[in-house]
Write a protein that binds this ligand. Structure first.
Ligand code: UDP
Length: 246
């Protein structure tokens, strides 16, 4: 599909959002920039945008097939995703199946502790305040969302977790935790937006427990792009692997 891309309407840490000739559609361009530690650690990793866009597209498609509304329309080419325009809600909705990362610094959980009931945590997406953890009363007082909307977000997130956990497990990947973001479409529906990639999830190889995500960057290890490429090679079908030359 040929799409005329206009000006940038939002620029984040790893993606830019461009307007298009259709007022209700945007093109999300995945950049190679990577940051961690509240933006303190920065780098640029060749082809990260390529792999993150392919992985996100695949997972959005898997979710759409199971009835989850997402902003995904089409991957125009690797790195460029045509999407429905959303009014984003400044919440980072984090789901945890296994204890890892910042949770271990904040609470006395055991490393790799498995949660029978997945934990959903919402952080305020606000760099100035360093993305603090919210509770419903604070979210409502900040007018981020109503109680009903927060409940709906949790309900959709549990469904997304169940679908992604099953799909990734069938491909040999353990979904440890992940962060997603939601927005409102033109009709006021709450829709999944942003990305679902190794930048925003913890993925472990089920057999070897190898880390296949941004933790490699956080920990200063090498082979980050090999890990992202491995995720793509594990989750894509034959046709997709050929199309993207993976
Ligand atoms: N995460 C993210 N963006 C953020 C914070 C967290 O994508 O700004 C993801 C992160 O990659 C992990 C999950 O959310 O998959 C839980 O992150 P955690 O709270 O453990 O924070 P971290 O250890 O990444 O600082």
């Amino acid at each position: 599909m040929s799409i005329k891309v206009g000006k940038v309407i939002y620029s984040g840490k790893a993606k830019d959002v461009y307007e298009t000739e259709h007022s209700d559609q945007v093109v999300v361009k995945f950049r190679d920039d990577i940051t961690a530690g509240d933006g303190e650690k920065k780098d640029c990793l060749h082809q990260k945008g390529y792999y993150n866009s392919i992985i996100s597209s695949k997972l959005f498609k898997v979710l759409e097939e199971k009835g989850i509304k997402t902003q995904y329309i089409e991957l125009l080419e690797p790195g460029e995703m045509l999407s429905h325009k959303l009014k984003m809600i400044p919440l980072e909705v984090i789901t945890r199946n296994i204890a890892a990362g910042s949770l271990l610094k904040k609470f006395p959980f055991k490393d790799k502790q498995v949660f029978d009931n997945p934990i959903i945590q919402m952080d305020y997406k606000n760099d100035e305040y360093h993305d603090p953890m919210l509770n419903d009363d604070i979210s409502m007082a900040l007018n981020l969302a109503t109680k009903e909307e927060l409940d709906e977000i949790r309900e959709i997130t549990h469904k997304i977790n169940a679908i992604l956990k099953d799909f990734l497990a069938s491909k040999g990947i353990k979904l440890v935790d992940f962060k997603i973001e939601f927005g409102y479409d033109n009709d006021g529906n709450i829709v999944l937006g942003d990305e679902i990639s190794p930048d925003t999830c913890r993925y472990w190889d089920i057999k070897t427990f190898d880390v296949l995500d941004k933790d490699l960057f956080r920990q200063g290890e090498c082979g980050i792009m090999d890990a992202y490429k491995k995720v793509a090679s594990m989750i894509l079908d034959e046709e997709e692997l050929q199309k993207f030359e993976i």
